[in-house]
Design a protein around this ligand. Structure first.
Ligand SMILES: Nc1ncnc2c1ncn2[C@@H]1O[C@H](COP(=O)(O)OP(=O)(O)OP(=O)(O)O)[C@@H](O)[C@H]1O
Ligand SMILES: [Mg+2]
Length: 288
C-alpha cells in the first residue's frame, strides 16, 4: 500500500459522523455480525526499524480482547495504529466497516487517499484510550477532567456535561471525589477518572494500554473491577495487560504478540492454559 498525502475530496466521502452500513445490518440478520474492529495485515516501521510485521486481528462488538507479549513486541504500537496515533506503513484498520485514515476506495491508480485531519479526528473521537500514566489535567478537578472534552469537542452545554460527568464518576466509584484535583487522588483513583474521561465521549471502542502497571499492587483491583463492569455492560475493549488472572476471567480473546507479529490468538482457556508455541510458554512462565 502506498499512501499519498493528497488532500481528499470531502465530497466523495460520507459524513464521518454516520456510519450506518446496510451490508452490516444484512450480515447481522444472517447471524454473523461484522466485527467492530478489523485489522488487516498492518505493518509499521519507524525509519528502518520494522515494529509491526503484518498483524491481522478481528474483535467483535462487546468482545474483550486482551493483548499480551514481551516488552518491545509492538503491543502499544498496534493499539496506537487502531486509533490513528500512529499511521500504519501498510495494511488497513476498519472500525464498524469504516476504513480508518483513508478514503473508502482507492484511486484509479490504486493509491489510497488520506483523509483530512478533521475527518481523522472525527474517527478518533469514536475510540477511547486509557494509558498507563493517567495524563489527567493537573489544574482541573476530577469533574473538570471528565467534562473537558464533551464541552470543548462535542460542544455539549456545561450543565449537561456536568450531569453526565457526575454519572460517570459515580460509575467508576468516585462520586465523592468529583471536586478533588489529581494531586489529591491515589493512582487508582486517578486512573478511574481517566476511564470516566474517556467514557464521556461515548466511545464505541475502548483501548487500554497497561492501565494498571503504574499502580501499587493494592490499587490494581479497583481499576480491574471498573474494567470488569465495563465488559459486563457490553463495551468493546482491547486491553494490553500482564494481569493474566483478569485475562482468564474476562477476556473473550487473548492475543499473544512477539517481535511485531501475532503468534497466537484464541480463547483464554486455549491461549493461556494450553499454549502451543514455545515462545508463548516461555512468556507465560516469566509473568506467572
Ligand atoms: N515513536 C517511535 N520511534 C521509534 N521506535 C519506536 C517508537 N515507538 C515504538 N518504537 C519501538 O517499537 C518497538 C515496539 O514498541 P511498543 O511500544 O509497541 O512495544 P510494547 O510491546 O508496547 O512494549 P512494552 O511492553 O515495553 O510497553 C520497540 O522496539 C520500540 O522501541
Ligand atoms: Mg507498551
Amino acid at each position: 500500500m502506498t499512501e499519498p498525502d493528497t488532500c481528499p475530496d470531502p465530497g466523495t466521502r460520507r459524513d464521518p459522523g454516520t456510519h450506518h452500513d446496510p451490508s452490516a445490518t444484512e450480515a447481522m440478520s444472517a447471524g454473523s455480525p461484522r466485527p467492530l474492529v478489523e485489522i488487516e495485515d498492518v505493518h509499521k516501521s519507524f525509519g528502518d526499524l520494522p515494529v509491526l510485521k503484518g498483524c491481522s486481528l478481528t474483535v467483535a462488538r462487546s468482545e474483550v480482547c486482551v493483548l499480551v507479549g514481551p516488552s518491545g513486541s509492538g503491543k502499544s504500537t498496534l493499539l496506537r495504529c487502531i486509533n490513528q496515533l500512529e499511521r500504519p506503513t501498510a495494511g488497513f484498520v476498519r472500525i464498524d466497516g469504516e476504513l480508518q485514515g483513508l478514503a473508502p476506495e482507492p484511486l484509479a491508480d490504486g493509491r489510497w487517499q488520506r483523509l483530512s485531519e478533521k475527518q481523522i479526528a472525527a474517527q478518533r473521537a469514536r475510540i477511547g484510550m486509557v494509558f498507563q500514566r493517567f495524563h489527567l489535567f493537573p489544574h482541573l478537578t476530577a469533574l473538570g477532567n471528565v467534562m473537558e472534552a464533551p464541552v470543548q469537542v462535542l460542544r455539549l452545554p456545561r450543565e449537561q456535561a456536568r450531569d453526565r460527568a457526575l454519572e460517570l464518576l459515580d460509575r467508576v466509584g468516585l462520586a465523592d471525589r468529583a471536586d478533588h484535583y489529581p494531586s489529591e487522588l491515589s493512582g487508582g483513583q486517578q486512573q478511574r477518572v481517566a476511564i470516566a474521561r474517556a467514557l464521556a465521549m461515548d466511545p464505541e471502542l475502548m483501548l487500554f494500554d497497561e492501565p494498571t502497571s503504574a499502580l501499587d499492587p493494592e490499587l490494581v483491583a479497583e481499576v480491574l473491577s471498573v474494567l470488569r463492569d465495563l465488559a459486563r455492560d457490553g463495551m468493546t475493549m482491547i486491553v494490553v495487560t500482564h494481569e493474566l488472572g483478569f485475562a482468564r476471567e474476562v477476556a473473550d480473546q487473548v492475543v499473544f504478540m512477539d517481535d511485531g507479529r501475532i503468534i497466537e490468538a484464541g480463547a483464554p482457556q486455549q491461549v493461556i492454559a494450553d499454549p502451543r508455541s514455545p515462545r508463548l510458554r516461555e512468556f507465560l512462565a516469566s509473568v506467572l
